[in-house]
Design a protein around this ligand. Sequence first.
Ligand code: HEC
Length: 180
Amino acid sequence: MIATTVPKIRPTAAAPLVGIVALLALVVAVLYLLGVFERDPDSGVEVVSDSRQAVHDDYELGIGMAWLQRWVTKLWYAGDAGHWELADFYLHETEETLEDMIAAGVVEDGHDISALIQGMLIPQIEALESAVDEASPDLFRRHYQAMVVQCNACHVATEHGFLVMDIPSGPPPFAQNFAP
Ligand code: HEC
């Protein structure tokens, strides 16, 4: 009869197998707790995360850009009013935000945002720094204008050309005194 030819798994043979399965389950549970796995939102499947991707996912470029806009707008009002100490403060805030963007290794839709920030914006910020050090309204306005050109050039380069930055105008909307 067929039934008699099927080998039976005897308890003595099955015991090590159960042990191995239990051990694997334990390893998976520990890895899960260590955060090695993450959920793929599209498939609901567990995938092992790529660390570079994880860094990018954690950094919200839109939020960073919103802060960047806030710092450089305040920088304008301070420099335009000739308040160089305040302008210097906002230049540092701007730099810190840019350093975070560079350190985060942001790649969006194939655009290396971090490399673009480094190449397009850092030289502008350094030029603004020398204008503020020299307390020169002319240099400050010229370099600020050049910076805004780079903001918009990068928005175009990264398919966000609808985000058009400008030189601030009108009274500051911050309920803050920018006069020296
Ligand atoms: C590396 C290229 C690049 C540079 C340089 C750059 N941006 Fe952006 N910016 C982007 C991208 C890409 C987005 C879209 C981010 C997203 O997907 O949320 C963006 C989004 C924004 C937004 C939308 C967020 C909001 O609050 O409305 C603002 C504002 C902005 N940028 C301002 C600036 C300013 C100001 C500068 C210059 C000081 C600048 N950006 C320089 C690439 C750049």
